[in-house]
Design a protein around this ligand. Sequence first.
Ligand code: GLA
Length: 645
Amino acid sequence: MRVLKAVTCAALALVLVHATPAQRADPLSPTGRWTAYSAGRGATPPMGWNSWNAFASAVDEAKVMGSAQRIIDSGLAGKGYRYINLDDGWAARRRMPDGRLLIRIDKFPSARTSDPDTPSFKPFTDRLHAMGLKAGIYSDMGRNTCAQAWSATDEDLPKGSIAEREVGLYDHIEQDIELYFRDWGFDYIKVDGCGLRDFGATSAKVQAGQARALPPIMDLGAITRTNVAAVQALFRRVGAAIERSNPDGDFIYSLCIWGAANVRAWAKDVGNVSRTSDDISPAWGRLLVNFDSAVHRALYAHPGSWNDPDMLYIGAGDFDAAHLVEARSHFALWAMLNAPLLIGADLRQTPDALMDILGNADLIALDQDPAGNQATVAYDSSDLQILVKSLADGDKAVAIFNRGSGAYEVTLQAAQLKFRPDAPVALTDLWSKKSSSFTNQVTLRAAPRETLIFRARGVRMLPDGVYLSEQPGKVNPAVDGVNRPIADPTIFRTAAGWNGTRGAGDRPQYAGWGGARADSAPYGQTLQIGRRTYQAGIGILVNSRLEVRNEGYGRFTAQVGVDDSATDKSSAVTFIVYGDGRRLAQSRPQKWGDGAHALEVDVTGVKLIELVARSRAASHEFLPVTWGDAALTGRQDPARMASGP
Ligand code: GLA
């Protein structure tokens, strides 16, 4: 009994240390504010170039500046590509005893100063800034970087004593961040995670006496061997240091822990972009993994915080100039996902056919659309998917993605776009620029690995409003009800991984299974309450809280209930709607099999709506709930809004 009590106290203490004040009281109680990350310059996904895919650690100034110059000369800079990011490989060592980081001046000659022991990247960032570009740097959350863990040779790695080779942020967070942003003038940082994972006492580098052991707190293969709270606390600390070093807010904070530590659920609260999967490689199967790790996570991406399925690999392997179908698919899909568009090619040598893909302004406009809605999945299968994205001007983008090796006849329906079936839909093909139109449905042909992509204009099904699932960029699953994160088994598992076909194969590893979904129940079933299906809505687990920005609508409506996919058939769930922190409406308790309860709520003048689904029962069964047809309607006249009711 006493032991149990001690354990409970310890567990409680842990919760208290890592919880915000609001969470301490009750994570489901309304906060009245949007809590997803909005610091920095991430209103649209970052665009630019990164050295890693082209050069790995063999990066140098001539290679970087050559690509930067081509970005300017080709006109890509004018289309939005502006961040020029150094990845791993720039660090020489940590100076002793004060710990200042030193640069490889043999590789970056402009970093040389009159004091040989104090090189500086300021001339380098000044030059990029003078070109109208921005500059990015790379570090690791641990003591050592990924190349230090994985590089086959020592050639491009930091040299010196073990302490001098510790170029990661661990134990140096404030010092390094200040150096990068205040002293050197960088505008972007990518923070990797190998140092938290790969330097256990038994690792080869530690055993060889090249690195100090750091007990791993993260394991990509097993969320159960990961200390999520500790990982998150470190990344929050870096974020706070970045904000302090950038009083003007001109920064991008990029998390790179490859979907480990359940980061796909919480990065939206901590940084501007966050990797959802392991590294991309120029192989089709690898693209599928990375795409899948983000495609069902539209509700976890918003202006200010984006899913990152990794950098573009256009220019190599399956995405080189001999594979234009695949290269176009890669670009179109990344644009639909609102992914960062970071070119990973040596642009000094990139053929024009690929430059044209990277410069397709219509696709860039989808990625950079100010509404910030990641595409949602309107049709899902292993071979073929239809993605739909709502744009700021009321148009939709639609992508038909043929993942497989056979050609498909595809029927695209107006209803999949949430357009009326009885009115014409105008399509513009964003590759050929050809226009066409259809009513109700149209049959198209998708070649193997092809992505057809269009801008579409039609008559909206909801004439004076939006379904919440049409605007995922304005819906934040602040608490998504996933209490025991487990790996998502639906993400493609490739034979093109790091181990090839050695070992036991590619196993499910990305936690987040059961997270909030647009137009789908949390585990992928269609939304259904009491045997009635809903084409539109939000599916989420019980004991969850959604934040919804309301930009001038007067009425919130939804059909709510326990989803038919629940295995918990006895617990009662109450649905509560808050407006700017005040309770506006509440459903009667709903159980599995009950017909939906209709909620209709006046939200005039309300800025933030919160949707809570609560059950007191501590069940170990699945209890998904559905906000069916959840919609905001009755848009107020903007002039009246400004002058008050
Ligand atoms: C990790 C990251 C890559 C790259 C390398 C550098 O693998 O995921 O994107 O930054 O480290 O070593």
